[in-house]
Design a protein around this ligand. Structure first.
Ligand SMILES: Cc1ncc(COP(=O)(O)O)c(C=O)c1O
Length: 479
């Protein structure tokens, strides 16, 4: 056989040939849960069908036939007024939510640990973030969500804000109390936008946290590919008429998407919807049951703890490995290389495993078996998290910061300056300060206390920090 030099293809073949069992995205889990129509598409026949911009295939930017129909079917299934198909992931969906609802100078509340797509959405819209602290679980060393009390405080402090954006559920499956928050936010005349990248399945099982749109959100962005059966990169935006300008959101989504949408991605969204319409309830509730059984088994393994919480999606199985004397990263490496199991993520103390409708007792039994084979090592100390708990508004918008001239100064001389970089202490892995925020004495104190890793900073030992050169700013806007 000819020896082709195609490094990306080679790397893909190597991963699949390694026989690793996937407890990570995409939701179809290496094809195990792929619908027969999706299997048919990824063949020579599918390639024959993968054409671009033919009249019969409709226009993603002005849908009037098959795409319009497919989006309407999805809107009906997810109980929303409209649904937009996105082929550049939830990254562009989140950008479109912000770009399509906010204008320059608008204030928007965002959790301090929002996904990076939020920053791009803020740069595009020119809106100014108010950073909200997230609650934290000390036992597992992981972020929870934004509390109702924090939203109440933030609304009182910034009643002029235009919108609140939350991530719910977060990566670990912890949902915010969206039904209560939706009422508070709407009563204050604000919009509720939800990054629901990890929640496309919530609608299909009553044991899961309430989905964003059912809880009353105005817009939600979902990574269909992460949990359901579509191809990586395919997502949806869910819209509710009333408070948002639907046409503006559609225009924003159109401006942010390619003019050559891939038919396989669009078709895979249609198929994921079909799959859920046919037996979504059965499949998702089965995944929930499987996860519950898995959790009980893992709790019985010596040295392991499983994260549980009131408003938690149980299909996100977070396992704390501290009791084995391992960090999450060490355990991930052993599982991957020696025990052929790959988690979705590891942090200082935990591993996160995703259970989807594509899993069954065979896959979870292999996971349990692998976890039983993790070694026991001498105890280790995980550092306590250092983070900012304040509700604070940025001094400069991300757009202004993006274009502003910057300079490097000594950390100890930076109080009162505007930060030009994102600094994240690990743990907890939540940004301590974002570009555009004023550097406080408290932030510097936290940096000095930190003995963990620093991520994202220009100077990894943080003797210096990048700040905005305000003398060279064209003009200052008062917030
Ligand atoms: C909370 C959150 N929002 C948005 C995204 C972006 O989603 P996508 O990968 O579909 O672009 C991610 C990706 O992991 C995420 O975790």
């Amino acid at each position: 056989m000819e020896n082709f030099n195609a490094p990306i293809v080679a790397a893909m073949k190597k991963y699949s040939a390694d026989g690793v069992i996937a407890f990570h995205t995409p939701g179809h889990k290496q094809g195990r849960g792929a619908h027969e129509l999706l299997r048919e598409l990824l063949t020579a026949e599918g390639l024959r069908q993968e054409v671009s911009l033919m009249e019969e295939l409709d226009d993603l930017h002005a849908p009037h036939s098959c795409i319009m129909e497919a989006q309407a079917l999805a809107a009906k299934l997810w109980h929303v007024d409209e649904c937009l198909f996105m082929v550049n992931g939830t990254t562009s969906a989140v950008q479109a939510m912000l770009f399509g609802t906010l204008k320059a100078g608008d204030l928007v509340m965002v959790p301090r640990n929002a996904h990076r797509s939020v920053i791009a959405g803020l740069i595009l819209s020119g809106a100014v973030p108010i950073f909200l602290p997230v609650e934290f679980n000390d036992e597992f060393n992981l972020p929870l969500n934004v509390s109702v009390e924090t939203i109440e405080r933030a609304i009182k402090k910034f009643p002029q804000a235009r919108a609140v954006l939350l991530v719910s559920p977060n990566y670990y499956g912890v949902a915010a109390d969206l039904s209560t928050i939706a009422k508070l936010v709407h009563a204050a005349g604000m919009l509720l936008l939800i990054d629901e990248a990890h929640g496309a399945h919530l609608t299909f099982c009553d044991e899961l946290p309430t989905s964003a749109m059912e809880a009353g959100a105005d817009l939600a962005a979902q990574s269909t590919h992460k949990i359901l059966g579509s191809l990586t990169q395919s997502s949806m935006i869910m819209l509710k008429e009333g408070f948002i300008n639907v046409e503006r959101v559609k225009r924003a989504a159109s401006l942010l998407q390619t003019t050559s949408p891939n038919q396989l991605l669009l078709a895979s969204l249609d198929i994921a919807r079909l799959q859920m319409e046919r037996d979504g309830r059965k499949k998702i509730c089965a995944a929930v049951e499987l996860s519950k059984a898995l959790r009980i088994e893992i709790k019985n393994i010596h040295g392991l703890k499983v994260f549980d919480f009131a408003n938690l999606d149980p299909t996100k199985v977070t396992v704390n490995v501290q009791g084995l004397g391992l960090t999450g990263q060490e355990a991930e490496e052993i599982l991957r290389r020696e025990l052929k199991v790959q988690c979705e993520l590891s942090d200082a103390a935990n591993l996160l495993f995703l259970i989807t409708f594509a899993d069954d007792f065979e896959t979870t039994s292999k996971l349990i078996d692998a976890l039983k084979h993790l070694p026991q090592r001498p105890p280790i100390k995980i550092l306590p998290p250092l983070m900012s708990k304040s509700i604070s508004v940025a001094k400069l918008s991300p757009r202004e910061t993006f274009y502003a001239p910057a300079e490097v100064v000594a950390l100890n001389e930076s109080v009162g300056r505007i930060c030009a970089e994102e600094i994240t202490l690990y743990p907890p892995g939540i940004p301590l300060i974002m570009p555009g925020e004023e550097i406080s004495a408290h932030v510097i104190e936290l940096i000095h206390q930190s003995t963990g890793r620093v991520i994202g900073a220009n100077d990894s030992i943080l003797a210096t920090i990048k700040v905005i050169n305000e003398r060279e700013l064209p003009s200052r806007r008062a917030v």
